[in-house]
Ligand binder design. Structure first.
Ligand SMILES: [Zn+2]
Ligand SMILES: [Zn+2]
Length: 432
């Protein structure tokens, strides 16, 4: 009898311990709900005080102060204004990095909200308005929320979580380096060496509550193109006495369009060649000496990207030669492809489906816009995904896109971002 009673008491004690210790997943969910109000308040604070790339001094200080208050080790001044936070869990394991970009855009805000930005600054010598028109304010607030959630369960984290607060995603000011590329160069993914990196981007393409992603190429590589067509200047009435670079440039513009449409396998991935500006000539009756064109090249497949570069060069030079002109092609490589490692994507997809719900998780088409998160993915495998922030009563057509002065975030969508990143990090580390 005695022994039975003791056993019963022991069992009861064990049961109550179990009841008192909810699972790590449950604790993350509860904590995410609890930080929601402060995530929104932080987002509004940053929204009202936006800073352009490489100038995110106030934002970086806010980030570092918050991380320090949570007892997270920080490195500041990474790639100018970047902050790296390192949260070492109570158990050994891998290292996972989560990224948020911090910079705003030279846009005059037109959204009617009490915390709208009135900030103005100088950008490349011009007086401009400043606005978080790409939602990076939300990214910073979400990641600080994640830091708070994970700091609260640190003893149970099997590994290390690195928080990457990155400057200048939209590009550094003229003559400066910056962004993810510089962060990687300055060792943001070393010490501790990061095994996998995750990030999200808010978007009005999807309503609140939805997450979307795509394995492999999700956003395009972007390269800038310059072509100088050199002819021979002459009178507009006697073209045979010279070489007309305007006619040659026109042929080149059309020739370039046959690269995506006629020369590359469009079933592999879409690609784009766009000429955005043509400059040449000063008056109606002079055939000029030279025409300069600039444009952008977009691709979603690394091999195709190289092919496009070679074909653009060949097309421009050969067409110029056929008209007796010369073409000088300069291609400056920009952001690489946002390439979601297929194995890693498969591994975290169940987490995304669990946190957002199966019906709210979509695999979507790629876009030909670019993101410098790609530089982190070149250094360690990573996955980038979309977080819907469109108000549910708006259609995608009604919603202003990122970079618009009317870009609006429904803040009810932010909590899902906190939960998604926190669970992705923990599930990746295997803390279930
Ligand atoms: Zn942007
Ligand atoms: Zn952005």
């Amino acid at each position: 009898m005695h022994r039975l009673l003791a056993l019963a008491l022991m069992l009861e004690a064990t049961m109550s311990t179990l009841a008192a210790a909810p699972s790590l997943d449950r604790r993350i969910d509860d904590a995410s709900k609890k930080v929601e109000a402060s995530v929104i308040a932080t987002r509004r604070d940053i929204h009202q005080n936006p800073e352009l790339g490489n100038r995110e001094l106030r934002t970086a200080k806010l980030v570092a102060d918050k991380l320090n208050a949570l007892g997270i080790e920080t490195r500041t001044g990474v790639a100018h204004t970047g902050v790296v936070g390192i949260l070492r869990g109570g158990k050994p394991g891998h290292v996972v990095a989560l990224r948020a970009d911090m910079d705003a855009l030279p846009v005059v805000e037109q959204v009617d909200i009490p915390f709208a930005s009135k900030v103005r600054t100088t950008y490349n010598g011009q007086d401009v308005g400043v606005m978080h028109a790409c939602g990076h304010d939300a990214h910073v607030a979400i990641l600080l929320g994640v830091a708070e959630v994970l700091a609260g369960v640190r003893d149970d984290i099997p590994g290390t979580v690195v928080f990457l607060f990155q400057p200048a995603e939209e590009g550094a000011p003229e003559g400066e380096e910056g962004g993810a590329e510089l962060m990687v160069k300055e060792g943001a993914l070393d010490n501790p060496k990061v095994d996998a990196v995750f990030g999200l981007h808010v978007t009005s393409r999807f309503p609140i509550g939805e997450i979307a992603y795509k394995p492999e190429g999700m956003m395009a590589a972007v390269d800038s193109l310059k072509i100088k067509v050199h002819g021979k200047q002459t009178h507009g009435a006697y073209p045979w006495l010279g070489v007309d670079p305007i006619v040659v440039a026109s042929q080149i513009v059309l020739g370039l369009q046959t690269i995506p449409s006629r020369q590359l396998d469009s079933t592999v991935a879409p690609s784009i060649v766009t000429i955005g500006a043509i400059h040449g000539g000063v008056r109606n009756n002079i055939i000029p000496e030279e025409v300069e064109m600039i444009g952008t090249l977009r691709s979603l497949d690394a091999k195709m990207r190289d092919e496009i570069h070679a074909r653009v060069k060949r097309t421009a030079e050969s067409i110029a030669a056929s008209g007796g002109a010369t073409a000088t092609v300069t291609i400056e490589t920009g952001y690489p492809i946002v390439y979601n490692d297929p194995v890693l994507t498969q591994r975290i997809a169940p987490t995304l489906r669990r946190v957002a719900g199966l019906e709210n998780t979509r695999v979507v088409n790629p876009v030909l816009g670019a993101e410098d998160f790609a530089f982190f993915q070149q250094k360690s495998p990573g996955v980038f995904f979309w977080l819907g922030t469109r108000p549910p009563n708006q259609t995608p057509e009604e919603a202003a896109s990122n970079h618009s002065p009317l870009f609006y975030i429904d803040e009810r969508g932010l909590e899902l971002g906190v939960r998604a990143l926190a669970h992705v990090a923990i599930d990746y580390l295997g803390g279930k």
